[in-house]
Design a protein around this ligand. Structure first.
Ligand SMILES: Nc1nc2c(c(=O)[nH]1)N[C@H]1C(S)=C(S)[C@@H](COP(=O)(O)OP(=O)(O)OC[C@H]3O[C@@H](n4cnc5c(N)ncnc54)[C@H](O)[C@@H]3O)O[C@H]1N2
Ligand code: MOO
Length: 434
């Protein structure tokens, strides 16, 4: 029976990136660069001024207090060809090209100006306040390597080289199949026995968060015909996620129908609570993840197993969430012999990370994970992991840094939800979760 790490390895080993497409620069945000980018020209492309001031020849400034005649003005965007004569200077703006025979710029604040003349009040060094051609990057330099995730900084860099179209790995179109006779769609009225298909909405949002394109299929009902029809539709996408219908119930048919439609299963049962993929298979290069139906288990399983797999499908190299060691603030009870994944709140305290439980972790409870910023991995063996023990946590959200900011407690307001059973986490934590 594979452990959770081995399960993730099997998933990642079976998935290879989708093909490459060329998109306009802004659409490349968040995508993975599919080719190396080489500088087509020098950056900067010409010597230019780093200050608003005067361009001159340093040899003309024999001592402090040298006075030069102002013979011109070079604003940014202007093209200069005239040399500057001996004993002269030209007014120049930041970013403007330097006349070819000047070798220094003096900032305006280091000069005195009277009657068309400028007196230099500070010592002048050769090359001062000039940004030289190619000092940032030289034409032919490797600018970005294949596999880089394109963020705003990369967009700026690519734009400065005129790259209006960028080769990136394809976005994954991911079909989501929720199964169960009890499910109704968002917008319908829940009644006794019928519940809203919230998993599909969660998955659609979680897929968008990682830059994938969700395709929500019709709800699969608990009979072979309905499941077969929806699975076949789902297999036209780049990846398929199913939820529910995979445990021991008389109507848990998903596993059987997956085999019927030709999905080759790559995993056995995984002993993990909550969640863990109930099945993972491949058909013609399309990964198929079968998730448990309980909403919290769906979320934990997506985070721990599906998200890394889909990131790899879209060309990402770093697919796993940041992984930290934290100390438990209180004892956590668990079932011996199974790895447990639970949502927790991690805070930095005196240079250490502390993990606090955020409520009951029953797999059907959605309120718990919403307060968490991490998933704790509790080891297989013991029935209790004691307060103070070091555990592995996987960060879910980027707000850990916010928790370290001073005066975090200043904006605290009481919150009645905190009095729920078993909750010991501190009030101030909630400020950052809003
Ligand atoms: N005899 C056994 N029963 C169960 C076992 C077991 O080992 N033996 N495992 C339990 C655990 S743990 C889980 S998790 C579930 C997994 O079952 P399924 O994945 O087949 O899911 P269902 O039973 O159909 O549903 C579970 C639960 O989740 C609700 N659900 C389902 N789909 C959605 C959805 N799209 N949106 C919101 N909520 C959903 C469903 O109504 C059920 O309450 O099995 C346990 N039982
Ligand atoms: O394994 Mo279930 O997936 O605990 O919630």
């Amino acid at each position: 029976m594979p452990g959770s790490e081995e399960t993730l390895r099997i998933i990642l080993d079976n998935i290879t990136p989708l093909g490459v497409e060329r998109v306009d620069l802004q659409s490349a945000l968040g995508r993975v660069l599919a080719r190396d980018v080489v500088a087509p020209w020098d950056l900067p492309l010409f010597d230019n001024s780093a200050r608003d001031g005067f361009a001159l020849r340093s040899a003309d400034c024999t001592g402090e207090g040298t006075t030069l005649r102002i013979t011109g003005f070079i604003p940014a965007g202007c093209n200069v060809s005239e040399p500057v004569l001996g004993g002269c200077a030209v007014r120049i703006m930041t970013g403007a090209p330097i006349p070819h025979n000047c070798d220094a710029v003096v900032p305006g604040e280091d000069t005195l100006e009277t009657d068309g003349q400028v007196t230099v009040m500070a010592p002048v060094r050769r090359r001062q306040y000039i940004r030289f051609r190619g000092e940032d990057l030289t034409g032919g330099d490797l600018v970005l390597t294949e596999g880089t995730v394109i963020q705003a900084q990369e967009i700026g860099l690519l734009a400065s080289f005129g790259q209006a179209v960028v080769p990136v790995y394809r976005k994954a179109r991911v079909a989501v199949l929720s199964t169960g006779d009890e499910l109704i769609e968002l917008g319908e009225q829940p009644s006794n026995g019928r519940i809203i298909n919230s998993n599909a909405q969660y998955l659609a949002a979680a897929l968008r968060e990682i830059g994938a394109e969700p395709i929500l299929l019709c709800i699969g009902r608990d009979n072979r015909e309905s499941l077969k029809e929806q699975l076949q539709t789902g297999l036209k996408a780049d990846a398929l996620i199913t939820t529910a219908g995979v445990s021991a119930g008389a109507r848990d048919l998903v596993r059987d129908v997956l085999v019927e439609v030709g999905v080759r299963q790559m995993l056995g049962k995984i002993e993990m609570k909550s969640g863990g993929p109930k099945a993972f298979g491949m058909k013609d290069g399309i990964p198929v993840f079968s998730l448990p139906g309980n909403p919290l288990s769906t979320m934990v399983t997506f985070e721990e197993f599906v998200r890394p797999g889909l990131l790899r499908l879209m060309g990402h190299r770093r697919t796993v969430r940041p992984n930290l060691k934290a100390r438990l603030r209180e004892d956590i009870r668990k079932e011996p012999g199974r790895v447990h994944c639970q949502s927790v709140r991690v805070e930095a305290e005196n240079g250490r990370y502390m993990a606090t439980t955020v409520g009951n972790h029953k797999a059907c409870r959605l309120s718990t994970i919403q307060r968490a910023n991490a998933i704790v991995i509790l080891p297989e063996g013991p029935s209790v992991v004691a307060a103070g023990e070091e555990v592995e946590v996987h960060l879910l959200r980027g707000d850990l840094v916010l928790l370290e900011e001073p005066n975090l407690t200043a904006g605290c307001v009481p919150d009645d939800r905190v009095s729920e059973e078993g909750e010991t986490f501190e009030r101030r934590v909630r400020v950052a979760t809003r």
